[in-house]
Design a protein around this ligand. Structure first.
Ligand code: GLC
Length: 536
């Protein structure tokens, strides 16, 4: 390990959606023992850390993002003892383990909320966000739930409305209450004491709301087909200035342990996103950068975005990149299977910590879910808009065996119909498979500090081509990637295309000498190791 860089700067994070990774007890839902059984695969793949989406007790209204006890494991996933075993086995392999922390809201079944709603005088009443009805008896303001409908629900017993940015089964905590803050920081300590290496913090930009609960402005660009909550801009319900003090308090907890990290889920434009590093680095270690997910797949757009992002980073801000997660359509469906290989190269060679989503390494795509099998509440509340997240949450495809080797039982979501072909077992020894590409990219990255932590420098390019250099000391790599479906040649004005191909997304050009220009096939990206005499 370099003295100048932390594990979460050099390493690659692999997200596991635990319901869908590996079922060990035959109930059709993945579990902790299943993850443990697959640790050798994860190590073999070549990543450094796993992030596991919520595994805590939950009524599963939002599949674990509605937590009814922050300091235990849901029986569907296992037990605390099994968690400790998983953690120990993860560490034994030199891997890190990151858990999900969901500070914005609890389940409505959490004892805190049960107490809070029991009466206006209950000491925990103020732990959540309660407001009297508007004069007409309606909700206190115009805020909308991210999952459709109003963000306020009237509770008969107290005669007040409570706020929920997501489902009504997910009431928002009141982070302005000092007791809430202390209780939630204790949750972090509970898991950090057990030895977890970090947390992915759910919707961190949501946790504080406007003190005056002003109406959100209407969105002038709202139109049919958009998610219903986009009708208003979340100006007063998210990204409030006070959030940074709270994150700094969380950060203080992490700093007391050393070598732990916090990555924040934040969907905001870059200039707002970078404020989450906090003043002088007192914020999250990494604010998730979702630009490769959100931007059109176009070379010039992405080139500009990388440049703007690099320029916007504060001196203490370490970059990061993400291609997919359990909330977003899979990359292979978004850009196509051929471009997904180019995307993998970008993810693992741009400057910053990459986060992979399980299954992307074998090119899994979104699986269409027939209406009677829909699980996701988002799809149920706003059907037919393509917002449902089940398609990207289907079980991992391990082999061509029954249920893809995921489970002995009927899986909780249907498997992709191509699983007999697209799976770990068939791709493992295939020299040209997506899995082999990911392994080779990960291995190259791990062996070259220039790719892990080196400087980034954009190189002018045109059309569908994106070109950039990564350098460290006397090592230099030139990436030339073709984001289009046509063959093209790349020739730079400066004498930069000199060296040897270390890796092509097609996995068939290693060692080829290039001089002056390089030809790229459709959907091809290459990593060129630059000869020493030509370093710039
Ligand atoms: C985050 C999670 C998402 C969840 C939501 C509410 O965006 O990633 O899955 O539904 O928060 O907790």
């Amino acid at each position: 390990m370099s003295a100048t860089h932390e594990w979460w700067q050099r390493g690659v994070i692999y997200q596991i959606y635990p319901r869908s990774f590996q079922d060990s007890n035959g109930d059709g839902v993945g579990d902790l023992r299943g993850v443990r059984d697959r640790l050798d695969y994860i190590k073999w793949l070549g990543v450094d850390a796993i992030w596991i989406s919520p595994i805590y007790p939950s009524p599963m209204a939002d599949f674990g993002y509605d937590i009814s006890n922050y300091i235990d494991i849901d029986p569907i996933f296992g037990t605390l003892v099994e968690f400790d075993e998983l953690l120990a086995e993860t560490h034994r392999r030199g891997l890190k383990l990151i858990l999900d922390f969901v500070p914005n809201h609890t389940s409505d079944q959490h004892p805190w909320f049960q107490a809070s709603r029991s009466s206006r005088d209950n000491p925990k009443h103020d732990w959540y966000i309660w407001k009297d009805p508007a004069p007409d008896g309606g909700p206190p303001n115009n805020w909308l739930s991210n999952f459709g409908g109003k963000a306020w629900t009237l509770d008969e017993r107290t005669g007040q409305y409570y706020y929920h940015a997501f489902l009504k089964q997910q009431p928002d905590l009141n982070w302005r209450n000092p007791e809430v803050k202390e209780a939630m920081l204790d949750v972090l300590r509970f898991w950090l004491d057990r030895g977890v290496d970090g947390f992915r913090v759910d919707v961190i930009w949501h946790i504080v709301k406007d003190e005056e609960f002003r109406d959100n402005p209407l969105n002038p660009e709202y139109g049919p087909g958009q998610p219903p909550h986009h009708e208003v801009l979340a100006t007063y319900s998210t990204d409030r200035p006070e959030v940074h003090d709270i994150i700094a308090r969380m950060r203080g907890v992490f700093d007391a342990y050393g070598e732990r990290m916090m990555v924040g889920e934040i969907y905001l434009p870059v200039e707002r996103l970078v404020t989450y590093y906090g003043a002088h680095g007192s914020g999250v270690h990494l604010p998730f950068n979702f630009q490769l997910i959100n931007l059109p797949w176009n070379a010039r757009t992405i080139e500009r975005a990388v440049e703007n992002y690099e320029a916007a980073l504060p001196p203490y801000g370490w970059p990061n990149w993400v291609l997919g997660n359990h909330d977003q359509p899979r990359i292979a469906s978004r850009v196509g299977s051929a471009q997904a290989r180019v995307a993998a190269m970008l993810l693992l060679t741009l400057r910053g910590t990459p986060t992979m989503y399980f299954g992307d390494e074998i090119g899994m795509h979104n699986v269409p879910i027939p209406p009677h099998l829909v699980q996701d509440p988002f799809e149920k509340n706003a059907p037919g808009l393509g917002l449902g997240r089940d398609p990207q949450r289907t079980p991992m495809q391990w082999s061509s065996e029954v249920n893809a080797g995921f489970s002995r039982a009927q899986p909780w979501l249907p498997l992709a119909d191509d699983y007999a072909r697209v799976n770990v077992e068939t791709q493992r020894d295939d020299p040209q498979s997506m899995l082999t590409l990911y392994r080779r990219l990960l291995a190259l990255r791990r062996s070259e500090p220039a790719l892990e932590i080196g400087q980034y420098r954009p190189i002018p390019a045109e059309g569908d081509i994106l070109a950039y250099l990564r350098s460290r000391k006397d090592r230099q790599f030139l990436m030339v990637v073709n984001l289009g479906g046509h063959e093209c040649a790349y020739q730079a004005e400066m004498p930069i295309v000199h060296g040897r191909i270390a890796l092509s997304t097609h996995l068939d050009r290693q060692g080829e000498e290039v001089q002056g220009s390089v030809k790229l096939r459709p959907d091809e990206g290459v990593i060129i190791e630059r000869g020493e005499s030509h370093l710039v």
